[in-house]
Design a protein around this ligand. Structure first.
Ligand SMILES: Nc1ncnc2c1ncn2[C@@H]1O[C@H](COP(=O)(O)OP(=O)(O)OP(=O)(O)O)[C@@H](O)[C@H]1O
Length: 239
């Protein structure tokens, strides 16, 4: 897909090694569409790309820009612009109660404790979790923790949301409900997922293969190419 005119996310010739592996070697892409999905096999680099975008990882070489901010030099400003949902909620949760977890990002944005607590209560109630604010996070199921993490990320209304497999632990009703909420969000969303049905309504998909963009374009085209490649591999293995 051609580079977009005003991207909110740009990777310029990014290289990154993790452990002994080179995950990205001169990776470049510009994202400006409201809904961008990342697909690819396990280990292809989806989570790493999202972490680079959130400034949680910094490139060994090259540059990443979020809303024009270069992540190495503007790391402190990124949380106000970017919300990152970890694949594993336990890597994200910082506070003992649901209310504190959601209120944190709001106080960081300048709300008083009382305002943040009230906004957290409201957000929970609006998402079918009325009265959850006093609940201990460690007593929630994994899917419930994932939901709390998603609400914490959405609460401060960052302009870009980076979501790493947001539905992986959710039951069907919660997943459908959250899918609807995500669709309605005004922010730009970049989401790594294996949920092709949800991704099929996105504006653009990138298929990552071993740290490179293998296909980039409309979801129907990219998903068809990915599935055809997997079918081809299976046939080759059987032969
Ligand atoms: N903490 C780490 N230390 C060393 N290597 C890592 C680490 N995290 C990821 N990697 C390596 O980076 C590469 C990309 O991993 P990444 O987690 O980005 O893939 P992914 O596409 O998100 O996979 P999945 O679909 O399984 O979540 C893999 O080869 C992986 O082994």
């Amino acid at each position: 897909m051609p580079d977009t005119v005003s991207p909110y996310l740009r990777f310029d010739n990014v290289s990154l090694g993790r452990g002994a592996r080179t995950v990205f070697d001169g990776f470049s892409a510009s994202l400006g569409e409201r809904r961008v999905g990342l697909i690819g096999n396990n280990g292809s680099g989806k989570s790493t790309l999202l972490r680079l975008a959130a400034g949680l990882l910094l490139p060994d070489a090259g540059e990443v820009f979020v809303e024009g901010l270069e992540t190495k030099t503007h790391r402190g400003e990124l949380p106000g612009n970017v919300g990152f949902l970890f694949q594993n909620p336990d890597h994200q949760i910082l506070f003992p109660t649901v209310g504190e977890e959601i209120a944190f990002g709001l106080t960081e944005k300048g709300m008083t404790d009382a305002e943040a607590n009230a906004a957290a209560r409201e957000l929970l109630a609006a998402n079918g979790c009325e009265g959850w604010e006093k609940r201990a996070v460690h007593e929630l199921s994994e899917g419930q923790r994932q939901l709390v993490c998603l609400l914490s990320v959405i609460a401060p209304e960052p302009s870009v949301l980076l979501l790493d497999e947001p539905f992986s632990s959710l039951d069907l009703p919660t997943r459908l409900d959250l899918s609807d909420r995500l669709r309605a969000l005004p922010q730009a969303v970049v989401m790594a997922s294996h949920d092709f049905e949800f991704l099929s309504a996105f504006d653009r998909l990138l298929w990552l293969d071993d740290g490179r963009v293998r296909e980039d374009g409309r979801p129907a085209t990219v998903i068809a190419a990915y599935e055809a490649s997997i079918r081809g591999l299976k046939t080759a293995r059987r032969a």
